[in-house]
Structures are given as C-alpha cells and as structure tokens.
Design a protein around this ligand. Structure first.
Ligand code: ADP
Length: 358
C-alpha cells in the first residue's frame, strides 16, 4: 500500500475544535508503512495535553480502517509554547486557534506580497468592494471585512475612507465601517505620530489581538492584508487565523515576481492554498488605447506558473487608482467602467467560484 492512501485517511482527522484537518495544518511530519504497520509522526505546539491525545486517538481510529493495516503507531512530538512569545489569553498551539470572534466569518483570505509598494493594500480594498458586488449579484450575503495587518504602513483606513476611533463593546473592538466594509487597522488605533517600531513578537501579538479582540460579526469574506515580506509575521498569521487561501500580489518585473514566489512558498509550507496571483501596475494605457509596459511584462504569469497557480488578472496603472486611494473612494466604487474596475470584478468572480466550489 502507498502512503498516499494513508495520507488521505489522515485528512479525515480534524484538529480538535476545528473544521480543518491536521494534514492541512502542516502537523504531519512523517508517514511510513512497513509490514502492515503504519508509523505516523505528528509535531505540534500546544500547552493543552488533551489535544495530542485526541489527535492520536482519531488517527488510530481512521487509519486503522484501511485494509492491510494491522497496527497504527503514532509518535507525538509536542513542543510547549515559548512563554516569552506567548500572547496573553491564548494557548499558542501551532495550529490556528478556534477564535470565537471569527466564528461567523465564512471565508478568510490573505492578500500577500513579497515586498512593499506593489499595491497590496490597493488590491485588498478594491477586491473587497468587488467581492461585495459580485456576491450581491449572485444573491448571496455580501458582508466583507478587511483586517489590516500591515502595521508598518497601515493604509487601509485611508484607502477605504474609514475613519474615527473604533468603539469598544463588552471588551471587544468594533470594526469601523465605510461602504459597508468593516475594517480594523493599526492606523485606527495609534495616532499618526506614534513611531511603529515593531518586532516579530509584537506583530504576532497584534495579529492575534486583531483576531481575538475584534468583534468581526457575521461576514461572508474577511480579507487579511498581510505585512509585506516573507518572514515571521506571515508565518505567525497562518498559525493564528484559519485561512482558506491566499492571493499573491506582484508587479510585472522579474525581481518582484521572484520575491513574491518566496512569499508564496511560505503558504505552501503550512498548506494554505494559493488561490491565484494578481499582477498590479501591469501597463499604462493612453487615450488611443495603446498600452505601454513600463515595468516589463510577464511577472504575474511567471509567478503563477511557478506556483502552479493561476494569474487571476492584470490591473493597469491608472492615476485614478492612486487618487481614489488617497481620497478613500476606491476605483471599483467610483468608476465602474474603468478597465481596472472590470478586472477587479473578474478577479472577485474567480475567487468566489474557487471558494464556493472547493
Ligand atoms: P502596498 O500595500 O503593497 O505597500 P499600496 O497599495 O499602498 O501598496 O500602493 C502604493 C501606492 O501605489 C499607493 O499610492 C497606491 O495608490 C498606488 N497604486 C497602487 N496600485 C496602483 C495602480 N494600479 N495604479 C496607480 N497607482 C497605484
């Protein structure tokens, strides 16, 4: 028997309290099969002793049903959380927490880029508006939220025109809304003069708090705008929030797509599916319709190919995207006929197809 059929069985084992399986959480270290015995090694970080017990029990139960399997041996490598990096009121398991404030959020997608300035926040905001429209056209609930985890340059509130101090109710932060899109961002919680000198553990804490201490309410899709880069912050996020997938934003030049690929590999490591690639600043179109490719061509397609994913769309350079960002009126809302807006709607349609048909 090959280990593939064993892995398929392992996929039926959910992380206790979650609807996601332990394989997709990246907890399965090794699977071997020898003389009718299966050997499975699981590695996880948790302070709750009942979790490894429950996982081992259900592994034995599920994998034991396979023909040819006489015995299932489970080795649990349990790391206890490092108290120095442990945020308050959490059990810091290496898998996403069962977060109460996010229970009514149907889908959570991350928007990521390898480096800053490629238009990740612009894509997050316009995609949120486009998703809202597509869902409403399909007669589905269309409440959207954006969690702005880009704490180095939290630009979502500005781009969404959402301002004001968030209110607190029953110890939970209430997101600020504009265009019926709920958002929470460091930009709403600190004043403009506060220097943001964040280090790894601080980022992790902030992200956890955005997840646990914000009353997200009933949302169809929550967009998580990640900090740029490929380091610990993204990794900690994937371990904190149960992501349904990630969208990678890149620009057309070769260098950008290489960085984006590195970022994307991180999601692969933790088994968060890449839903597709968005190429931003793809071309500039003049009044006659002629396109100039200022930053070169092909970066988005190359990135998508190398991730075995799909290029979801190409957003042109458009001065109205920038202006809309500065004014807090996203182009998708302000200029429906613009090429960029149509492209955002097409991307939103593809994402909704992927999420609902998965
Ligand atoms: P990131 O979140 O990746 O740092 P931003 O979304 O903040 O990037 O974008 C950086 C700047 O570029 C912003 O001023 C934004 O308005 C502008 N911008 C982004 N995409 C486009 C585009 N397609 N056309 C014109 N300006 C854009």
């Amino acid at each position: 028997m090959d280990t593939q059929s064993i892995r398929e069985k392992i996929q039926e084992v959910k992380y206790p309290g979650f609807s996601r399986d332990i394989l997709s959480f990246g907890l399965v270290k090794e699977v071997t099969f020898e003389k009718n015995e299966v050997f499975i090694t699981i590695e996880l970080t948790t302070g709750d002793a009942s979790i490894p017990e429950k996982i081992a029990h259900s592994l034995k139960e599920k994998v034991g049903t396979l023909e040819d399997v006489k015995k299932v041996n489970v080795t649990m490598e349990v790391n206890t959380p490092d108290p120095a990096s442990k945020p308050p009121s959490s059990d810091s398991s290496s898998a996403p927490q069962n977060i109460e404030t996010m229970q009514q959020v149907r889908y959570i997608i991350a928007i990521a880029s390898g480096k800053g300035g490629v238009g990740k926040s612009t894509v997050s905001v316009n995609l949120a508006c486009a998703l809202q429209e597509v869902l409403s056209n399909r007669n589905k609930p269309n409440k959207i939220g954006i969690m702005d985890c880009d704490i180095y340059g939290p630009s979502i509130p500005l781009m969404l025109g959402a301002n004001g101090q968030p209110e607190i109710e029953k110890n939970l932060i209430i997101p600020v809304k504009n265009y019926d899109i709920s958002t929470i961002s460091m930009g709403l919680l600190v004043d403009d003069d506060t220097p943001v000198v964040w280090r790894g553990p601080m980022i992790m804490k902030t992200i956890k708090q955005f997840a646990e201490n914000v009353n997200w309410g009933d949302l169809e899709v929550l967009i998580v705008d990640l900090p740029p880069g490929t380091g610990d912050a993204q990794l900690s996020l994937t371990q904190t929030i149960p992501l349904d997938g990630a969208v990678i934003v890149t620009t057309p030049q070769k260098a950008a797509s290489e960085v984006a690929r590195r970022g994307a590999r991180m999601f692969e490591k933790v088994n968060v599916p890449i839903l597709g690639v968005v190429e931003n600043m793809s071309y500039l179109e003049d009044a006659s319709g002629e396109k100039s490719y200022l930053f070169g061509e092909g970066g988005g397609a190359t990135t998508a190919d190398s991730l075995e994913s799909k290029l979801l769309g190409q957003i042109p350079l458009d001065v109205n995207i920038r202006k809309g960002g500065d004014l807090g009126i996203p182009i998708v809302i302000n200029e429906k006929e613009a090429h960029a807006s149509k492209e955002f709607l097409s991307i939103a349609n593809q994402l909704i197809d992927k999420l609902y048909n998965k």
